[in-house]
Design a protein around this ligand. Structure first.
Ligand code: SME
Length: 166
C-alpha cells in the first residue's frame, strides 16, 4: 500500500522544506535574468519537491491582451491555453491580485477543469519589482484541501524573491 496523503504530518516539515527550496531556487537562478527561464525553473523545482503537487505552473498576463492570461511554463498534464481575468481560480487571482486557496475545486464557481483529477488548488499573483501583475502561479493537487497558509507563505516568498524586488 502506498503511504496515505497526510496534510497534518506534511505541514510540520513543510515550512522548512519551503525555506530550503527557496534557497535552492535562488542558487540555480543566480545571474539568470530571463523570465521564462525563471518560471520554468520554479515550475520544475516545485513539481519535484512535493509529491502531492499534480500540476505546477504559470499563467502569464498576455502583453497583447492585458485582461487575459495565457499559459506559460508548467509541469503536469495539458493545461488550458487562455483564461480571462475573473474566470476560474486563476482568473480570480489575476483580477483580485489576491491568493486563492481552494479546498474543493468542485465548490468554486466557474472553476475551469483542465484535468478532472485536480481537486484542490492554490493560485498566487506574481508581481514584478514595480508591483505590476505579470502572471499567476497555479499549483493543483489530486487531494481535497491539500494547501494551507504554510503553502501560501512559502510559495509567496519564492515568487517575491524570483520575480519581485531583490
Ligand atoms: N483550474 C484552473 C485552470 C488551470 S488548470 O487547472 C491547469 C482554474 O480554474 O483557474
Amino acid at each position: 500500500m502506498t503511504e496515505a496523503f497526510a496534510p497534518d504530518r506534511l505541514s510540520a516539515d513543510k515550512a522548512a522544506r519551503y525555506t530550503e527550496l527557496a534557497q535552492e531556487i535562488a542558487a540555480v537562478l543566480d545571474g539568470e535574468p530571463n523570465r521564462v527561464a525563471r518560471m520554468a525553473t520554479v515550475a520544475s523545482m516545485l513539481a519535484s519537491s512535493f509529491e502531492h503537487f499534480f500540476w505546477t505552473g504559470f499563467y502569464v498576463v498576455d502583453a497583447d491582451r492585458p485582461r487575459e492570461l495565457v499559459v506559460g511554463p508548467y509541469q503536469g498534464t495539458l493545461g488550458c491555453l487562455r483564461i480571462a481575468f475573473g474566470r476560474g481560480v486563476c482568473g480570480a487571482a489575476a483580477q483580485s491580485r489576491q491568493v486563492q486557496l481552494v479546498d474543493d475545486v468542485h465548490a468554486f464557481p466557474g472553476h475551469i477543469a483542465c484535468d478532472a483529477r485536480s481537486r484542490s488548488e492554490i493560485v498566487l499573483p506574481v508581481f514584478d519589482p514595480d508591483g505590476t501583475l505579470i502572471a499567476v502561479l497555479d499549483v493543483d493537487a489530486t487531494e481535497v484541501a491539500a494547501f494551507d497558509a504554510v503553502d501560501a507563505k512559502g510559495l509567496g516568498l519564492i515568487l517575491e524573491q524570483t520575480f519581485g524586488a531583490l
